[in-house]
Ligand binder design. Structure first.
Ligand code: NOJ
Length: 799
């Protein structure tokens, strides 16, 4: 069953059946202000910090689902009938009203036709200001004149998520609202500059600033008393809960259309006035919207592909890039699942996100890398969760102690010790740094001086060495890296036991560092760490091979996990993909391990993380054994490691296999299977229930998952084989043998490469020849800024 379709031309996903089983989400905002919205305009808005500066309220995990939102109500003043422009909250029967939603890049549109009135509400954040714009049009499609009242509605939040959810004894009595000159001001009195404004481009016929006056006793957002009666109460006051309702009474002749602009922004009423002056005219609004489109055009044009796989094309050219960007912009902590209540950035997630898209967002990726370097301890591990503001020397302190100020704890309390360190966290940063340099050519970055979280400073290069030395040092009894609090798998808590995945990850990080050091002619370092890499590889091969696959680790009491003798957790995806992806596994073992992965872990919807799932709690393995079988880390199709398998398959030259893995997970291919998948088909979800669960195939936790970055990285760098290098662009695809041809346009270091890859012999890997503007090359050279070239690649046997 399908609920919508991809509109590639407009870069939108169109939901034409809005009675979805779960929210289908989108993100608006590209800088500091961010809104998370679903297909019925439910959601919330925050400024910079989802934990400390929430603008509109969200009732997480609640009924009705994922609300309240940013709503527009319409009321026929002749019949007293009312509805909303988004299907919810009023929820008119769908056989009487027609509803759709278009999620675009950093905007969403809600469209409705009901009883002779066509209406549309478009939500986006102005690229130039922290203001959410609602661009609303209402058209009388009837043959008679219509009297329609329009009511906006948002419910303001107390800024701090805790004060908004846990303890109101201060917040509820220290928040106020007022209406002045057509503008509503929400005031968090206990804060310095704790204001929001809500304004419109028309002179309101009425207003309400008090939520309970608008909604009414024993009413809900579905039937607010103000809309039901058709009269605003003009409420405003100090204390209690506040909202933004501005009323506009319209008399619409047949065929007449009006356009209304609403502005929800940071700052007090006088800022609201300024913003209204700036954005009350349509041209200014259109300019901002066009600027937003241009913002995304510029990103998308960095890489466009045309292959025989439609899903790969649409996702790579549009949605997976978008999803990866959203992760880099807003990290993991703002969705309908992670509702903003966790501190700042996660070390490993941020590092991987930043590694995957430096081509489309070099500034933000670099910013993230620097933030992570600042959160590295001199011991060499990263702070697992941190707020970049802790390390911001230009931070402005508030003049008084307010409960909502972003707390900056003492170093002693935020620098956790090794027992809370995750064994993988900082290793990902090596990949992020090396990829950033390969993409941008910014070699001087290596010598920039950056502070450490626990004091002192060093160059980026020195930070890298501390990361590697830490993991080399922290090896367990068998010479494999310790598992510590967790490795990539949050639920595998091996402590002083050992993690196969981390040793392979260390090997991967070392190889990248050696390549960099070698390129920079830091030969002693290159030699030293190459030796370390060799040593680790040998230990891995000695200790971790189980005959048909690599084990997952060793518990602190010396028990191997992920072996053929295990009845639960017999085989794991992470260690096997990383053995191959890192290059540590021999080709022979790699191929055997890949076969085993396919045999034990492959499903219709992608590869499961492990099998069979655990059914008995075992704390020497970790929390994974306390998760229901087939769910999340315990035997679900955990999406994030799936692209590792695509990359691993490519390392083995298995292009057909890689694409089979890709297609199984690809949400695009699930567009017509929503009765099973439930979640949106334009973003990867964190997991899909595994075969051990009756919900097998159901996807959960969209958008905020490291899958996006890795899916983008693995499909473009490994399957399509476009790999930036320090001194040129490598093209080394690994594709299904039945692909005859594909093409790529890549913008790299200022030049444009128009690449056509032909596969006349039906191979999966290997280049017979590569011609740039007709001349043979092994690697594409760096072009002068703005220059273009045509590249023809013929796959086949070299020479
Ligand atoms: C989600 C977490 O954000 C991520 O850090 C972790 O790697 C995965 N879960 C797997 O446990």
């Amino acid at each position: 069953m399908r609920y919508g379709y991809f509109d590639e031309e407009n870069r939108e996903y169109v939901i034409d059946r809005v009675d979805l089983p779960v929210s289908w989400t989108n993100y608006i905002g590209t800088k500091d202000m961010c809104g998370v919205f679903n297909h019925t305009a439910g959601g919330y808005l925050f400024y910079k910090f989802p934990e400390y500066h929430r603008i509109t309220r969200f009732r997480p995990n609640s009924v009705p689902m994922d609300g309240p939102g940013h709503y527009v109500y319409l009321r026929d003043d002749d019949t007293e009938d009312y509805w909303s422009v988004s299907w919810q909250p009023v929820g008119k029967p769908l056989d009487k009203a027609s509803y759709s939603c278009r999620h675009g890049f950093s905007y969403s549109k809600y469209i409705c036709d009901y009883n002779g009135i066509h209406a549309q509400q478009k939500l986006f954040v102005a690229p130039d200001d922290p203001v959410e714009i609602w661009d609303v049009t209402i058209k009388n499609t009837d043959i008679k004149p219509r009297n329609i009242s329009v009511y906006s509605y948002v419910e303001f939040s107390f800024h701090h998520i805790d004060m908004d959810n846990r303890n109101f004894q201060m917040s509820l009595y220290a928040a106020g609202s007022k209406y002045e000159n057509g503008i509503i001001e929400h005031d968090l009195y206990y804060e310095e500059n704790g204001y929001q404004f809500f304004a419109s481009n028309f002179k309101p016929d009425g207003y309400d600033c008090l939520r309970d006056s608008f909604i009414g006793d024993y009413h809900t957002e579905k039937n607010p008393i103000v809309v039901e009666k058709g009269i605003c109460t003009n409420s405003q006051d100090t204390t209690l809960n506040h909202c933004g309702c501005l009323q506009n009474r319209l008399a619409l002749a047949p065929g007449e259309e009006v356009r209304l602009i609403y502005l929800l922004g940071e700052g007090n009423v006088s800022n609201g006035k300024k913003m209204r002056e700036k954005y009350a005219n349509f041209e200014a609004v259109d300019n901002q919207f066009n600027k937003l489109s241009k913002f995304w055009d510029d990103k998308c044009e960095k890489l466009q592909i045309q292959t025989p796989d439609e899903g790969l094309n649409t996702l790579t050219n549009q949605w997976t890039l978008y999803q990866s960007e959203i992760n880099v912009m807003f990290s993991r902590f703002s969705s309908f699942v992670e509702v903003g209540g966790r501190t700042g950035l996660g070390y490993r997630d941020t590092a991987q996100d930043a590694m995957c898209i430096p081509h489309s967002n070099p500034q933000k990726c670099k910013q993230r890398i620097v933030e992570l370097l600042q959160a590295l301890t001199t011991t060499g591990y990263g702070l697992h969760l941190f707020e970049p503001i802790w390390f911001d020397k230009n931070r402005e302190d508030q003049s008084f102690k307010s409960p909502t100020v972003v707390p900056v704890p003492d170093k002693e309390s935020f620098v956790h010790d090794i027992k809370d360190a995750c064994a993988d966290d900082a290793l990902w940063l090596i990949g992020a740094i090396v990829n950033y340099i390969k993409e941008t050519g910014e070699f001087r970055f290596i010598d920039e001086t950056i502070t450490y979280a626990d004091g002192g400073e060093g160059s980026v290069y020195e930070h890298m060495i501390r990361i590697l030395d830490f993991s080399i040092r922290e090896a367990g009894a068998n010479g494999i890296c310790k598992g510590l609090r967790a490795d990539w798998n949050d639920c595998l808590n091996l402590g002083g036991g050992e993690s196969a995945m981390v040793s392979f990850l260390l090997y991967w990080a070392l190889k990248q560092f050696v390549e960099l050091a070698g390129y920079l002619a830091r030969t002693n370092d290159a030699k030293k760490y190459e030796e370390n890499a060799e040593n680790i590889k040998n230990v891995c091969e000695d200790v971790l091979w189980d005959g048909k696959w690599y084990i997952r680790g060793i518990t602190a009491d010396g028990r191997k996990i992920g072996t053929h003798t295990d009845t639960e957790g017999k085989i794991h995806l992470e260690s096997n993909t990383w053995a191959i992806l890192s290059g540590a596994a021999s080709e022979e073992r790699g191929k055997i391990a890949m076969e085993s992965v396919k045999e034990h872990l492959m499903t219709k919807y992608g590869l499961m993380l492990n099998a069979p799932p655990y059914t008995k709690p075992d704390d020497s393995i970790g929390f994974v054994t306390r998760v229901y079988p087939g769910v999340k880390e315990n035997g679900a199709v955990f999406s994030h490691p799936n692209p590792w398998a695509w990359a691993a398959a490519c390392n083995l030259g298995l292009g057909t296999e890689a694409m089979k893995f890709y297609d199984a997970l690809c949400p695009y291919h699930q567009n017509d299977n929503i009765d099973v998948r439930q979640s949106e088909p334009y973003s990867y979800c964190q997991f899909i229930y595994g075969t051990a669960h009756s919900y097998h195939g159901r996807a959960r936790h969209p958008f905020m998952t490291g899958t996006a970055g890795w899916a983008y990285f693995a499909s473009t760098q490994y399957i399509l084989g476009i790999q930036p290098d320090f001194d040129g662009l490598i093209i080394d695809p690994c594709i299904p043998k039945d692909w005859k041809e594909f093409s790529i346009v890549r913008k790299w270091r200022g030049g444009y490469y128009h690449i056509t890859v032909k596969n006349p012999d039906g191979v999966e890997k290997g280049i017979r020849k590569m011609l740039i503007d007709g001349n043979p090359v092994d690697k594409l050279p760096i072009l002068a800024e703005g220059n273009e070239c045509r590249v023809e690649v013929v796959m086949g046997v070299a020479g």
